[in-house]
Design a protein around this ligand. Structure first.
Ligand code: 13P
Length: 255
């Protein structure tokens, strides 16, 4: 069984004090990391403080990074610095980055390669707009995103990669894909990996669902065959809600 991951994406929320308070509230209560990976992805300036205070079972992630090692890229954050700070995960190609900062499939692929060079686990995001879904082109669109993202990765890298399927129309809207819709899209992503890689690789890649995940819908999502966890925006800002989500993942493991 693939180990579930619940990753909070705080986006541009929380001051340092608020971030630390959250960590203190959840540190001792998240499940054992042997069974569930509980991750919080925060704004870059607080990453060091959070890593220093992360409990044994909590992991910290960044929300983006640059594909180059260093250079004249004002305002950017390097993979080398994230590794140096002992950050474990980095979200790559979130739809908000693609939409507001012109991130492309090609750039996402470069960033994934760069993350692996620096021992970071990439959480690579894909997902379609409402327009694409209504045209019935979801699988074709998402497959292309996945193929582009994985270009040139080895079997081992793909086994360690985390993919997040986040339909854009479900992000921050309160509209969740039904568990079946989410599972079908994720199955289709897994079949793209099966086509591209050796037997067994796609069984190990963790694929998360993201888009209005909350305590009220997490159990139904995790009950699906191919959903290995969630990338959570709004609901991850509240410590109690985050704990409910990670505990649901633990309950799935215990079944
Ligand atoms: P919400 O959970 O707020 O819909 O955000 C989803 C998301 O974008 C996580 O990366």
């Amino acid at each position: 069984m693939r180990k579930p991951i619940i990753a909070g994406n705080w986006k541009m929320h929380k001051t340092r004090d608020e971030a630390l308070q959250f960590i203190y509230n959840v540190n001792l209560k998240v499940p054992n990391k042997e069974y569930v990976e509980s991750v919080v992805c925060a704004q870059a300036p607080v990453l060091r403080d959070l890593v220093k205070r992360q409990g044994e079972n909590l992991r910290i992630g960044a929300q983006t990074m640059h594909e180059q090692t260093e250079g004249a890229f004002t305002g950017e954050v390097s993979a080398a610095l994230l590794e140096d700070l002992n950050v474990d995960y980095v979200i790559i190609g979130h739809s908000e980055r693609r939409e507001y900062y012109n991130e492309t499939d090609e750039g996402v692929n470069k960033k994934i390669h760069q993350a692996f060079r620096y021992d970071l686990v990439p959480i690579a995001c894909v997902g379609e707009s409402l327009e694409i879904r209504e045209k019935g082109e979801t699988d074709a669109f998402v497959s292309n995103q996945v193929k582009a993202a994985l270009k040139g990765l080895t079997d081992d890298q793909v086994k360690n990669l985390v993919i997040a399927y986040e339909p854009i129309w479900a992000i921050g809207t309160g509209k969740t894909a039904t568990p079946e819709e989410a599972n079908n899209a994720i199955k289709s992503i897994r079949s793209v990996i099966t086509e591209m890689y050796d037997a067994g690789v796609s069984d190990e890649t963790r694929i998360l669902y993201g888009g209005s995940v909350k305590p009220a819908n997490i159990d139904d999502l995790l009950a699906q065959s191919d959903i290995d966890g969630a990338l959570v925006g709004g609901a991850s800002l509240n410590a109690q809600d985050f704990l409910t989500l990670v505990n649901s993942a633990q309950a799935k493991v215990d079944q």
